[in-house]
Ligand binder design. Structure first.
Ligand code: AMP
Length: 558
């Protein structure tokens, strides 16, 4: 027998409609690329999103077509989130930190029809215009007064505010199928090209419900939310959707992610909840410590994307009374998988017992099931000691990558995360290692395989292996180990110079170590775990004994 409830599809546009109708007066504040602060309300957002939806239709964007963004966190990006997905097209958030070769590849692979961009990315757009064929136009997310002077292909360049001004706000969000695609985000694979994760309206809305819950990110209409995590990285962990669902005030930082700018915004807008990777919080904490400030409104901060060090948790909680919510997720999981919030019997814990729990990535939010398995595929017990490969499943977990004929990654219906973890009897998961061979620096991926491939092209290099070495600021940085031809005089600096221009600047290893040999397994594969055992602390040690160290200066993300 069927239930007798209404059949209403779960759609991204319904989040915006709810925000407009029930929280229309709630504010959205953005630090703009133009340098000033912009503020308006949810009802303005909804109205402009409808105008934009009409603008997209006028550009000939058909349902299912991909519309790309190269943009920071801001209100125009938010308008695109809803106008694109709401009208049935697919929002494709591009990661501007990738090398231009990868950005071009991704645009062509996704067959993006339009690229919307913030002015900071103009030089990148100029180069892309010459390289990519699929977009029919590029839209500068600014007003007429700030429009760039004519570019090479000026007829393909449009002005965002013109597009909004030219269309009225009468637009009915279409009743889509909830399983239709709503947005697309590429993630760097361990080998080969980046892979696209294609979210649906249903997966997005279900993820929004689950991620907003009190034991998840704990969001409400009383919150002022500052997403520092970029809107191009897994939809800013879903916060733009969550804010609409709960009616929270939103504060967008634009391109200014340094400690001082973030602190000023947090205080000026009385932010209660923020979210980002540990590297960003390091900058914020250093700034606040230097100027001797406090947080007058911030109560919670979500830290994820990389393990949150206990020193950071204790600093936030003891010095500033800001509760840390340690979370784990992935692009393939929309992204929230686990959040570390205490169970009732743990709330009285204090001191190191409390921090021992908070060092864990946390327990599953409803919707995500997880298990850890050994090499034979058998489940490993949840005893807090035994480790295994972490697998997950749920309605907002990817089952296949976009636009590929590769076999689906699933193992018996479970998605292999590439993380190695243990789980305790309370269901708290803790990442202990990574089986995927990638480096995560400041929250963004670096492909070890790509660096090795480029380094191996140097005629003096006979073998190259790149590993993740711990770093106090960036969490991890690439360390390149090479074997050179007998008699070669190649130096580390010469090899680094050879890499320049062939990989993104921030992918450049901080140091190159010349070694006699690189350990290989029976099948000829480099034994990365052996190298990690030996070199994982290379930068930490080098930075401590800075003078006379062989580590090159510490590179920065741009
Ligand atoms: P991404 O798809 O870029 O969001 O990266 C997801 C990956 O980042 C995970 O598979 C983990 O390897 C890593 N990661 C995310 N959150 C955490 C965390 N809290 N602690 C440790 N690693 C994390």
């Amino acid at each position: 027998m069927q239930g007798l409830m209404m059949q209403q599809p779960l759609l991204v546009a319904s989040l915006l409609m709810h925000a407009e109708r029930h929280h229309g007066e709630q504010e959205i504040v953005s630090r703009r690329v133009e340098g000033d602060i912009h503020r308006y309300r949810y009802r303005d957002l909804a109205q402009r999103a409808r105008r934009l939806a009409n603008g997209l239709a006028a550009l000939g964007i058909a349902p299912g077509e991909r519309v790309a963004t190269l943009a920071w966190n801001g209100y125009r990006h938010m308008e695109l989130y809803f106008a694109v997905s709401g009208s049935g097209a697919v929002l494709h958030t591009l990661n501007p930190r990738l090398h231009i070769d990868q950005v071009s590849y991704i645009i062509e692979h996704a067959e993006d029809r339009v690229v919307f961009f913030d002015l900071s990315f103009l030089p990148l757009i100029e180069s892309l215009m010459k390289r990519v064929k699929s977009p029919k136009c590029f839209v500068a997310m600014t007003d007429r007064a700030h429009m760039p002077k004519a570019l090479g292909h000026a007829d393909a360049l449009l002005c965002y505010e013109d597009l909004i001004d030219r269309h009225d706000d009468a637009f009915d969000w279409p009743m889509l199928d909830e399983n239709d695609a709503s947005s697309l985000c590429y993630t760097s694979g361990t080998t080969g090209n980046p892979k696209g994760v294609l979210y649906s309206h249903r997966s997005t809305v279900l993820h929004t419900y689950a991620a907003a819950l009190p034991d998840s990110l704990n969001c409400s209409a009383r919150d002022v939310i500052l997403p520092v995590v970029p809107m191009f990285h897994v939809n800013a962990w879903g916060l733009p959707y969550i804010a609409c669902m709960v009616g929270a005030k939103l504060v967008f930082p634009g391109p200014a992610l340094d400690g001082k700018s973030l602190y000023e915004l947090i205080e000026a807008e009385q932010v209660t909840l923020s979210a980002g990777v540990p590297t960003v919080w390091q900058g914020l904490l250093s700034h606040v410590a230097e100027r001797g400030g406090t947080f007058s409104s911030m109560r919670r901060t979500v830290i994820g994307g990389a393990a949150c060090p206990t020193a950071m948790t204790s600093k936030f909680q003891e010095c500033y009374q800001v509760e840390v919510l340690h979370a784990w997720g992935m692009t393939e999981l929309s992204p929230v998988g686990t959040v570390c919030s205490f169970k009732g019997h743990q709330s009285a814990l204090s001191g190191e017992h409390r921090y021992a729990v908070q060092a864990k990535q946390g327990r599953s939010v409803f919707g995500i099931d997880m298990k850890i398995v050994g090499p034979d595929g058998a489940e490993v017990p949840w005893d807090g000691h035994a480790t295994g490969d972490l697998l997950v499943r749920g309605p907002w977990v990817a089952r296949q990558y976009f636009g590929t004929d590769d076999p689906p990654p699933l193992q018996d219906g479970w998605f292999p995360t590439g993380d190695v973890a243990k789980i305790d009897a309370d269901g708290f998961m803790q990442i202990t290692d990574r089986s995927k061979d990638v480096i995560k620096s400041g929250g963004e991926w670096i492909s070890s395989a790509d660096i090795e491939n480029v380094a191996s092209r140097h005629p003096e290099v006979t073998m190259a292996a790149c590993i993740a070495a711990r770093h106090p600021k960036w969490d991890e940085r690439p360390l390149l180990l090479i074997v050179t031809r007998p008699g070669s005089t190649l130096t580390g600096s010469e090899l680094l110079a050879f890499l320049d221009g062939k990989i993104a600047k921030w992918w450049r290893p901080d140091a190159v170590v010349l070694v006699e040999s690189i350990p290989l397994g029976a099948t000829g594969k480099v034994l990365k775990h052996r190298l990690r055992e030996q070199y994982a602390n290379y930068y930490v040690t080098a930075l401590t004994e800075r003078s006379g160290s062989s580590a090159a200066s510490i590179t920065q993300h741009e």
